[in-house]
Design a protein around this ligand. Structure first.
Ligand code: HEC
Length: 347
């Protein structure tokens, strides 16, 4: 499954105009793969839409089933919704990280496969609802087999009447009568309320753990890679230091690209630049967000802290110009969450 066709090239510092975010931009080029055969598509005309709360929005050019996405902000997380009508249904790729160089070519699901999965689930793809194709894998990205239906929970789906999971076999067709993951480790859900951001988690008392936040779009198939661990959810990291563990993240995650110098994030009020942990600490813990009664760190409700919510994906989206954290299981997110949970001290 590692066919690298998705080329990302660093295009220098593309966003230096006044008021625009400071930081490099990236060009993504790729072709599409068929979900079922994994082969690159040759025929058809694709539609490609970039999702991921990016401001300014990137520019997409499509030629047949090849595409180029220009001006994607570095250190951001995007996904693309691609379709090749009438053969392939609108499919939301799993997350693409625009930091490193290579990603896999996005997949699109053909209508025949989708219809057979929907029939197995007793569902009909329809407006107001989306679908999920989740790939359950281990730490090494190998299929995670034997995860039981009773161990899977789709949390925060509101009033929707989710159908599934349907299990897929090694040929990515319906594995009739299966009650656990087999083959390549894929499961499908239908009739998930849209828009939404449900989390695929382990049910209470499961022998596995997972936490993948999956964005749902109207009549779109969302592809998600879900890393499944063994045992209960591991505890948050212990004794997290602000100066040596949290503060360096603001550079490695690219926050200072905008929250320093003449960046838009600094103009908005939060300055993480200057290399001083003490100054960043003060801004995060002791200073209110301009015009609001909110500190950027919320010690009472750690996961509601602006430092975690602003660079995260939300439905509906907040005003932040990019997304950095993949979700609640993102190691950087968990490190900051742990530090706040431990009292957000200047340690
Ligand atoms: C592309 C530029 C950009 C990047 C990269 C960026 N930010 Fe921001 N950030 C902004 C802008 C612009 C705002 C103001 C948004 C608004 O007002 O709705 C903002 C707002 C915020 C706020 C609320 C600010 C306030 O005054 O309270 C927080 C907290 C924040 N960002 C944290 C982060 C963190 C942490 C990172 C890195 C993981 C990050 N940002 C990366 C541009 C950026």
């Amino acid at each position: 499954m590692t066919r690298v066709l998705f080329v990302a090239a660093l295009a220098g510092c593309g966003f230096h105009a006044q008021g625009d975010p400071v930081g490099g931009s990236v060009t993504l080029q790729g072709q599409l793969r068929d979900f079922k055969t994994q082969n690159v598509l040759v025929d058809g005309t694709a539609t490609v839409v970039v999702e991921g709360q990016l401001s300014p929005p990137p520019v997409v050019t499509v030629a047949g089933v090849s595409f180029t996405i220009d001006g994607v902000l570095e250190n951001s997380l995007v996904d693309v919704v691609v379709a090749v009508p009438p053969t392939h249904h609108a499919t939301r790729s799993s997350i693409l990280f625009v930091t490193d160089n290579f990603e896999e070519a996005p997949v699109v699901v053909d209508e025949v496969t989708l219809a057979s999965l929907a029939a197995a689930a007793g569902a009909t793809p329809r407006a107001g609802h989306g679908m999920i194709l989740a790939h359950l894998v281990d730490d090494a990205h190998q299929p995670r087999l034997g995860v039981l239906r009773s161990e899977l929970a789709l949390a925060d789906v509101g009033a929707s009447t989710v159908k599934g999971p349907v299990f897929l076999d090694g040929t990515l067709a319906v594995a009739a009568d299966q009650t656990k993951t087999s083959g390549e480790g894929w499961v499908a859900y239908f009739d998930v309320l849209s828009p939404g951001l449900p989390t695929l988690t382990a049910a209470p008392n499961a022998s596995v753990n997972m936490a993948a936040a999956i964005p749902i779009g109207d009549d779109v198939v969302s592809i998600a890679e879900v890393i499944v661990g063994t045992g209960t959810t591991p505890p948050l990291p212990a004794n997290v230091s602000f100066a040596t563990q949290v503060f360096p993240l603001f550079t490695s995650l690219g926050c200072v690209g905008c929250h320093a110098a003449n960046g838009g994030g600094k103009d908005a009020g939060l300055d993480l630049g200057g290399g001083s942990p003490h100054k960043a600490y003060t801004e995060l813990v002791d200073e209110l967000r301009p015009g609001t009664p909110k500190f950027r760190v919320d010690k009472e409700h750690p996961t509601q802290s602006l430092v975690l919510t602003m660079p995260s994906r939300e439905v509906p989206p907040d005003g932040h110009p990019n997304i950095t954290f993949t979700g609640p299981s993102d190691p950087a997110y968990r490190l900051i969450q742990a530090w706040i949970t431990q009292g957000a001290t200047e340690n």
